[in-house]
Design a protein around this ligand. Sequence first.
Ligand code: ASP
Length: 439
Amino acid sequence: MKKVVKFGGSSLASARQFKKVGDIIRADKSRRYVVPSAPGKRNDKDEKVTDLLYQCYDAASKGGAYKKILEKIKGRYEDIIEGLDLNLNLDHEFGKIEENFVAGAGREYAASRGEYLNGLVMSAYLGIEFIDAAEVIFFDEQGNLDGEFTNQELSERLSHVERAVIPGFYGADHQGRIHTFSRGGSDITGSLVAKAIHADMYENWTDVSGFLVADPRIVKNPEVIETITYKELRELAYMGASVLHEDAIFPVRKEGIPINIRNTNRPEDKGTLIVESTCRKPRYTITGIAGKKGFCSINIEKAMMNSEVGFGRKVLSVFEDYGISFEHMPSGIDTMTIYVHQSEFEEFEQSVIAGIHRAVSPDTVEMESDLALLAVVGRGMRATRGTAARVFSALAHARVNVKMIDQGSSEWNIIIGVKNDDFERAVKAIYDIFVMTEL
Ligand code: ASP
């Protein structure tokens, strides 16, 4: 059995947290490859080392005052090293980093040092080999991951090592320049390592006990999702439920490697298991609810639209011309409605409307703003009679007016459009009808 374990910033924010991580790794021999993030926040008012590194680099590369910030960063590592009683001195590393900052080595190089240094600390603490991610994770000239080469190099290198620490978040291009993934990207590193070694499990340790059925800012103490499929997760994550970096799914998904989201502060909790497919029955009819505010709808009407071949394409090409992606497109006989992100659309609003007039000569074009979309997702909804009825009667009882309904025939996802102001009430009502009554 081989497991890759990735630990997020809050799991490694202090010596105390490191000790919990050490206990977790030692509790299971199959936890062989460790991917650390940079130290995160120790409390609400604290700063993440990654953020400090960006600040420090911005100052240093512009000839500004940076030493205090660098000292603060150094202090974070020294506290951890001291608290763990390690025989490790990072003075030399910090000297090199300072030199490179002043020489303008780049923001991505700067940010990557958080994980690099934490990797050195982790390797000293666990007494296992350190592998610099710059030697095994590769980016192309445009700064995109070179997935194939990375997989080849990683699997070759790791086939010779029993146990190793590989810092998250960064790699290098073919010239050796450091690149990072987007924020939270250590999740992707963990996924790439899991793929390369054909892991049995990718454990992603964080500070929550898994994915929640609904947003805890809206629903008090929501239930944890025990098992979720990649497809369901993708849908919920897209709609705003975030625990894992979106791009972390793809490398392991193709290999059928499950991801287990776990809580470093509550290792006894089982967390959420993310799988390709499962015959495990979900606990509730729905797996989760998520949603986002800030959409607007453009409603186009034209008599005999239904028989006009190419109508939809012409309308959508206007949006394409302005680089606006559409979210949903419910349609009637002589109407079609397009949902877009308000923030993306506002700037081009009048040009798009004019473009639609030119392209298809509609009878009317009407717009409505301040809309929210919510997704009710669940493999258990498929072929379950009455699911939609329950959703909409719950909304009716909560006095929420439904503006749009979109259910694909795959039946595991219902998208609902409501006014921004009704959003929270709608989420609560749906949670209550499926979870509270099925508990
Ligand atoms: N340390 C990086 C960040 O704060 C990457 C990560 O933690 O995954 O975004």
